[in-house]
Design a protein around this ligand. Structure first.
Ligand SMILES: Nc1ncnc2c1ncn2[C@@H]1O[C@H](COP(=O)(O)OP(=O)(O)OP(=O)(O)O)[C@@H](O)[C@H]1O
Ligand SMILES: [Mg+2]
Length: 186
């Protein structure tokens, strides 16, 4: 973790974002079920020319109720309000590139990096190793259930692309100065 001094909140109306990047973010958010990357709150920073994803607190919600975690695996992703929907996200290229990288070894390495004290006393598990294994199983199942969530994501992108999707409301009466300047305002 690090503090990024001088980072700006990333508003896609102010920074041109590449469809490849947008596609990877939308795909990833759909995989982990991130409900907190909307136009209301992008939870992305822009720092020294590079976007950073922050605040993944509203993801992996199954871990608040492991007994019903199975139902999460095929849950559709509500992409309609995703902040990058207007950036022409190339979600199919993202799928081709990212799904094969989500291997058991990669997930295992990720859960192994979680401090043990965060995983003790988890209800229904016999110790941290069992919890780690459950995360790996759960995320591999979500990866393999893309037929359940990817079509809905594609549909939301297509709807926005066709101009029939709900356009995001403006952010308020006082946009940041760099936004008004880029759009030719005073
Ligand atoms: N690593 C960081 N470096 C610099 N600024 C950061 C960093 N993390 C967060 N911030 C700033 O703090 C804000 C809120 O961070 P974060 O989203 O993690 O908290 P939050 O409690 O979810 O707040 P919010 O409800 O606004 O999302 C960010 O939008 C950003 O402006
Ligand atoms: Mg936040």
């Amino acid at each position: 973790m690090d503090f990024l001094p001088g980072a700006l909140d990333l508003d896609p109306a102010a920074f041109a974002l590449d469809p490849g990047f947008a596609g990877r973010v939308v795909w990833f958010d759909a995989l982990v079920g991130n409900v907190d990357r909307s136009w209301r709150n992008a939870n992305m920073l822009f720092w020294h020319g590079t976007p950073y994803l922050i605040d993944h607190g509203a993801t992996l919600t199954f871990h608040h109720a492991w007994s019903s975690a199975e139902g999460w695996v095929r849950r559709p992703y509500a992409a309609a309000e995703h902040v990058l929907l207007g950036s022409a996200p190339d979600v199919d290229t993202a799928d081709t590139e990212l799904a094969p990288r989500l291997t058991p070894d990669l997930l295992r390495a990720a859960v192994d990096a979680v401090p043990e004290r965060w995983l003790v006393d988890e209800l229904g598990f016999d110790g941290p190793d069992e919890v780690r294994a459950a995360y790996v199983t759960q995320l591999l199942a979500r990866r393999d259930a893309r037929d359940a969530w990817l079509p809905g994501v594609r549909a939301a992108i297509a709807e926005r692309g066709a101009g029939s999707g709900e356009p995001p409301p403006t952010r308020g009466p006082n946009p940041p100065y760099w936004l008004t300047r880029r759009r030719g305002g005073s």
